[in-house]
Design a protein around this ligand. Structure first.
Ligand SMILES: [Mg+2]
Length: 317
């Protein structure tokens, strides 16, 4: 394939900025009931958040990207751990229960191994350890590994495990990160199925059944237990497929549909926005949305663009 630099960068930026606009739009509707299709979606304030301010989903995505800008994530995740704790200490807004409980126990806040040890302990001690808190931040893991899908799969699993070591969480991150890579390179959503096909066979049928189940529901809001990683990925997939279009308008329709799902809206919209952004690119995101978004560590859209560019593997060379 002969990849064009500007197009690859547009879609890589879209993965990060799609996460951010989905998160910031959804934040004003978090933990509310589903919205009807004709209710407009807009940036609104919510307790502790200004309109357009993104939350933990994007902040942790940025933390991973900053770590990737300084180090090779396939070698060490120590920088990811350091950036996670920098955010936790400087801001920490919107942190999920599972991540909060794990972070609070870690003594050495410079070591990925220390974080992983607490994460594994959490899975051991808790039946309900499959939250959506790693899937929401997995978009940027794809960017440095555009030419290495196998390595991407391993790194996505390891980054998930730092706080979400449950197999469902790790595989959800592998599937979504690989789908994002595929969308950046090939402008379609086939990467989900291709990623499932790479899993062990008994896990293939597990995930195929979960994605097939999205066809038999009327509306994505039926996956309303979406703090759970399975309903979160099903809801995100359903809104993408049920708004499918041949034009970049798909990005807007899909993100708005994700916000209307209700409950953990910022995270479902961040997950859907990441893949829609990877498919349709930064250029598909409405300018008024880009003007509004902001958050830790004092970033606006232009900073997120620079960050995405800095970690995207230059496969056009
Ligand atoms: Mg959030």
């Amino acid at each position: 394939m002969n990849f064009q630099k500007e197009q690859i960068l547009d879609r890589a930026r879209g993965a990060l900025l799609g996460t951010a606009v989905g998160d910031a739009l959804g934040a004003g509707y978090e933990y509310k009931p589903p919205l009807a299709k004709d209710v407009p979606v807009a940036f609104t304030s919510s307790p502790g958040l200004a309109p357009g301010e993104y939350t933990d989903d994007t902040a942790q995505t940025i933390a991973i990207a900053l770590a990737a800008s300084r180090s090779d994530l396939s070698v060490s995740l120590d920088e990811v751990a350091k950036e996670f704790f920098r955010w936790y200490e400087e801001d920490g807004g919107g942190i999920g229960i599972q991540t909060q409980r794990i972070f609070a126990e870690v003594r050495d806040r410079t070591s990925a191994d220390s974080l992983l040890a607490e994460s594994l302990l959490f899975v051991h001690e808790n039946e309900r350890a499959a939250g959506n808190g790693s899937l929401m931040r997995t978009a940027v893991v794809a960017l440095p590994f555009l030419s290495r899908p196998d390595v991407l799969g391993e790194v996505a699993s390891e980054v998930s495990a730092l706080t979400h070591a449950d197999l469902d969480c790790r595989e959800a991150c592998v599937i979504w990160s690989k789908a994002i890579r595929h969308a950046i390179l090939f402008e379609n959503f086939d990467g989900i199925q291709l990623a499932i096909n790479d899993l062990p066979s008994f896990r293939q049928s597990y995930w195929n059944d979960l994605f097939d189940a999205t066809e038999s529901v009327q509306d994505a809001s039926e996956f309303n237990n979406n703090g759970w990683v399975i309903h979160a990925i099903q809801a995100a997939f359903k809104v993408i497929m049920s708004t499918a279009s041949e034009t970049p308008e798909h990005l807007v329709l899909g993100i708005e549909a994700a916000v209307r799902v209700g409950n953990d809206t910022d995270t479902v919209a961040a997950i859907a926005g990441a893949l829609l952004g990877a498919r349709w690119g930064y250029s598909a995101i409405p300018k008024p949305w880009l003007k509004e978004i902001h958050g830790w560590p004092g970033y606006k859209s232009k900073d997120l663009v620079s960050l995405a560019d800095s970690i995207t593997e230059p496969i056009w060379l």
